[in-house]
Design a protein around this ligand. Sequence first.
Ligand SMILES: [Zn+2]
Length: 274
Amino acid sequence: MYLGPEFYLPSGTAARWRALQRLGLEKYGVWLVPTPGWNGYRPLSIQYQYRAELGIWAAVPRTSSHGLTFNGRDMAAIDVNNWRALAPWSESLAWARFVALCRIVGFIVDFVSPQELWHIGDPDPYTIPAFAVVTINPGTTRMPEPEEDDMPTIISSPIGQSLSIGGVVVPFPTPDDVKSTKSTTGAPVQIMETTSVMHSSIIAAAARQDAAAAQLPIVVYAQGGNGTVYIYEAGRIDYLTEETVLHDLLARGAQSVTWPQGEIDSLRKQQQGA
Ligand SMILES: [Zn+2]
């Protein structure tokens, strides 16, 4: 089945993938997307090309689970681009959530070598799963932000079109740029028609919000660290221990950055010495 450019899946896998996307959105506010390129079903010619370009990171042609068989049995595979977004402050928590969601809909994880955490497999690609509706408990782990925050919206008025995404509003330079902007995953994109005055107000409000976000502390994730999150403000770095504070900061538009753990440690040492 065609799900987007260079993204084709057998019917059963497509149903599982859609269920996985829906679960990610409902439970964690994250719309999972495939890695751009032939990272669902991969035709043999593309397998040869990827092997040539990526070496051991692509399977020997005819043995890839992206080619619909694996170790002599049916298998479809998808590379998921953004599973870490399920808990950006903690890779281990993001992984636990990802594995749990995959298991609910019937995907297997971590089954290829070298290890590819983003690579998920469907051992039953041609059977449409029985679940028409998976009931889930949005419960305690649900993100506080409304899901619509993540849904891209094209704002259209006589002054032109803008893309509203992730809390920012960016005007499209030309109508051609609008035409070339598509959701390749089947994710919903809203189109909102409005007046020139409203459109201008939205752009101005987004700019004010940007300025306000610049006043907020910066959230710092440690690269190669243990998942600890820090807060950087007025030249000081401190532990951020409350998950609710983190969510609040991000919801208010605080910027987040990833620093090497070593830099964080040396900055903290300087602070203690001062
Ligand atoms: Zn893969």
